[in-house]
Design a protein around this ligand. Structure first.
Ligand SMILES: [Zn+2]
Ligand SMILES: [Zn+2]
Length: 139
């Protein structure tokens, strides 16, 4: 019963959001469009996102969502879409090979910095050693 009123991200109308993010009308429209996109891509496996949008008059956002959900992979289609960082055409993931390499490098550098910053574990002194000595003396 945690349904909340929201503005549809497509048409702006207020609706009860069940986790889809768009109103019922827009949801149905999107389902139709997704089917159109799917069949278009099957017929034109090497089309780009831009070509699909122009051919079917759909939003790039919708095509991108389908790519992220991996809908075209199951059809055996390699669709080209822009790298989220530099815009180079890619067919899988979010970034091109170059940007992936750059990101990996950056990640490594941040990790190194974090390790260098972390304080060295304090050496344990005191009670443990002391009681062991006491034990020796007693026996
Ligand atoms: Zn709507
Ligand atoms: Zn890139």
């Amino acid at each position: 019963m945690a349904n909340t009123l929201k503005n549809c991200s497509e048409c702006g109308r207020v609706f009860v959001d069940t986790g889809i993010g768009v109103c019922r009308d827009c949801y149905e429209k999107q389902q139709d469009q997704m089917q159109e996109i799917s069949s278009y891509v099957r017929d034109n496996p090497h089309s780009t996102v831009k070509q699909i949008c122009e051919a079917l008059n759909v939003k790039e956002k919708l095509v991108m969502r389908m790519i992220r959900e991996g809908r075209f992979v199951t059809d055996g289609v390699q669709l080209e879409y822009p790298c989220e960082s530099c815009g180079a055409p890619i067919t899988s993931g979010r970034f091109c090979e170059k940007c992936n390499g750059e990101l990996a490098k950056q990640m490594q550098q941040t990790q190194k910095k974090m390790v260098a910053k972390a304080p060295a574990p304090a050496a344990k002194k005191g009670s443990g050693m002391y009681s062991r000595d006491m034990g020796k003396k007693l026996s």
